[in-house]
Design a protein around this ligand. Sequence first.
Ligand code: NCD
Length: 313
Amino acid sequence: MPDLHLHDDGSLRHLLSLSGLGRDRIGGLLDRAAALRAIARSGELPPLLAGRTVFNLFFEPSTRTRASFELAARRLGALVVNFDIAHSSTRKGESLEDTLATLEAMQADAFVVRHKENDTPLRLAAHVRQAAILNAGDGNRAHPTQGLLDLLTIRDRKGRIDGLKVTICGDIRHSRVARSAVHGLAAFGVRDVRLCGPSRLLPDAAEFPDCALDEDFDAAIEDADVVIMLRMQKERMEGIAELDEAEYFARWGLSAARLARARPDAMVMHPGPMNRGVEIADEVADGPQSAILEQVANGVFVRMAALVELLQR
Ligand code: NCD
């Protein structure tokens, strides 16, 4: 299959995954996001997306990602249509491909797609004629703009990405956030990535040959520069017995005492939505080492960068 990410001239055609995008292209998106952020903070953003139409197609619940894409597009002057999936013709049996072709005939320039099935954005990218597809999260596969905002937030606080020790803890098995973080960190040559969680929520080791897998959070967090906490994604856990929340917090929750095992200047991240008291303590989520709201703020700018890169011609 041809690389659906790129146009023939090498420019970005779709944003489906960070895997294979490479350090230069990812770094370029981060630089563009930081530049847009600087403009936004000192004055008014130029209408770089004026005349463009962006469709939000969210087939799964979402608060921050959908709002973030919408704000990113609107603040740069695009028209945004939030497609109401619950009342759409896909519920009458129309295929996703036909829905897309219909909307494309109305001059859609981009589709932001979230779907519970792996590879739905890839499938749509293979089908679409002109419009760009931006993956806003597919199954447990990829969430590239989340990966970008995580990288930007790390670069802001640490001044670099390579050479850091990164611990990701929680439901790795079902997490597209973890996968996109691993892809992005690998592009920057980060070699010390530890994936931690209860064994039944850890991925197969073969999928992450360059990461260390560990059930013991106290060991996995030792000396970490960056600690990324993940939610238990119960909606993606078929056939897995529920874990007791208090027991989970005792072993895999991020308390202040546990965070003290990481480097003193370690930063704490979480993609949201958070289950306070289950995977993260209030004092950590709201504490000085937390970069959680910086992640949210950066999300808007990386989505602006991605939309501009895909739509400005
Ligand atoms: C995540 C997602 O939906 O993949 N949230 C997000 O986009 N910020 C993580 C989650 O649902 O736990």
